[in-house]
Write a protein that binds this ligand. Structure first.
Ligand code: UD1
Length: 349
């Protein structure tokens, strides 16, 4: 069996790592195509080398641009590669423009598609990721749901028959890195800093919104370490905002191991990232999510995450509040990637 994975954005490189290991374990040929959506060394090469991933066989080097520019050019680049490689499965990850471009390219030339992280919904139709994930689920031949909630959603959309509950591949990645790299116990926090990331379009597309968020961060009574995504830096440059004027400690993008370590040692996380909310939960660090909705409701119902788009709650009290350990089994057992490869093997013919 031959699988062709298409990745392009940082969180997809992290999800790729356990999949690549599982493919190796099962002795399966695994081709990796990088669309080039994320291209800065700190967003791409740093993650590949940190996780011991080989260089992709193909890199389309599409880069940044409008949704249509990215998606269209990715499709033009992907079609001949998928045709030439003729894999049994094209595997697509999450909800980025690289995901929808790969799914659409593959189905058009009758190559089977499997979608990892299927069934997640924010119900926010303004998010580009929401269009990408709904369309990808409906295009794919096999859907891998990370949670029971995602399975229920897929059944509601009449996609239950082709769906498999395998758990979340980010758990595989996160727990491996935690075990290998970390000696800081989450119960033994010595640091009083907060890890913060802000990159989503709705939080970075206007000068007012960015300034508002930075002012809220400046008022927090812990050291705020802002790990700055290139989109935030680019928007601050465009709007003439100097990040250093807000009393926050600005850091460049981190490798995955560095991020896991930083979250483990933090008193709390403030983020608008989908992935980081869940990593905070897995690492027993409370999280304030700067959004009105989440694709990971289990993190909220457990009391470890709150949705607070205006950062108006008592963040300090929320972070230090004593709570019982989260039930991380809602996101699987750390073997999601192996389960996925088994399903693909069973359905290869
Ligand atoms: C994309 C995904 C988002 C995911 C995020 C993870 C879509 C629609 N969005 O958002 O779901 O959470 O990746 O990081 O696919 N830039 C650089 N260097 C890079 C990459 C980006 O400078 O290596 C800057 C550019 O100014 C670019 C902007 O960031 O225009 C946005 O990049 P883009 O890939 O369009 O979306 P992300 O915000 O990264």
């Amino acid at each position: 069996m031959k699988i062709l994975s298409v990745v392009g954005a940082r969180p997809q490189f992290i999800k790729l790592a356990p999949v690549h290991l599982a493919a190796q374990k099962f002795g399966i040929e695994h081709i990796v195509v990088h669309t080039g959506q994320h291209y800065d060394p700190s967003m791409s090469q740093l993650i590949f080398s940190d996780l011991g991933l080989p260089n992709p066989k193909y890199n389309l080097e599409i880069g940044s641009g409008s949704h249509a520019f990215q998606t269209g050019n990715m499709m033009i680049g992907l079609e001949p590669i998928i045709s030439a490689e003729n894999p049994d499965w094209v595997l697509v990850y999450g909800d980025t423009n690289s995901t929808i471009a790969a799914a659409l390219s593959a189905v058009k030339i009758h190559t089977k598609v499997a979608h990892l992280e299927a069934g997640l919904r924010s119900s926010n139709r303004a998010m580009p990721e929401e269009h990408n994930r709904i369309a990808t689920d409906h295009l794919s031949d096999i859907l891998f749901a990370p949670t029971e909630q995602a399975m229920i959603q897929l059944e509601k959309e009449n996609l239950g028959e082709k769906s498999y509950l395998v758990g979340d591949v980010m758990v595989d990645a996160c727990l491996t890195v935690k075990e290998n790299a970390i000696h800081v116990s989450s119960k033994d926090k010595v640091s009083n800093y907060v890890i913060c990331t802000i990159h989503r379009a709705e939080n970075t597309n206007s000068k007012n919104r960015i300034t508002e968020i930075l002012q809220k961060l400046a008022n927090i009574n812990f050291e705020v370490r802002l790990v700055a995504h290139p989109r935030l830096m680019a928007k601050c440059d465009e709007f003439g905002i100097d990040l250093h004027n807000f009393g926050v400690h600005v850091l460049p993008p981190l490798s995955y191991s560095q991020m896991v370590k930083a979250v483990l040692g933090a008193v709390g996380v403030i983020t608008d990232s989908g992935g980081l909310q869940k990593e905070a939960f897995l690492l027993e660090t409370p999280c304030v999510t700067v959004r009105t909705e989440t694709e990971w409701p289990e993190t909220v119902s457990s009391g470890w995450n709150i949705l607070d788009p205006e950062i108006s709650s008592d963040v300090e009290a929320f972070f230090v509040h004593k709570r019982s350990a989260p039930d991380i089994a809602v996101y699987g057992d750390g073997l999601a990637a192996e389960k996925m490869i088994s399903v693909l093997l069973e359905n290869a013919i």
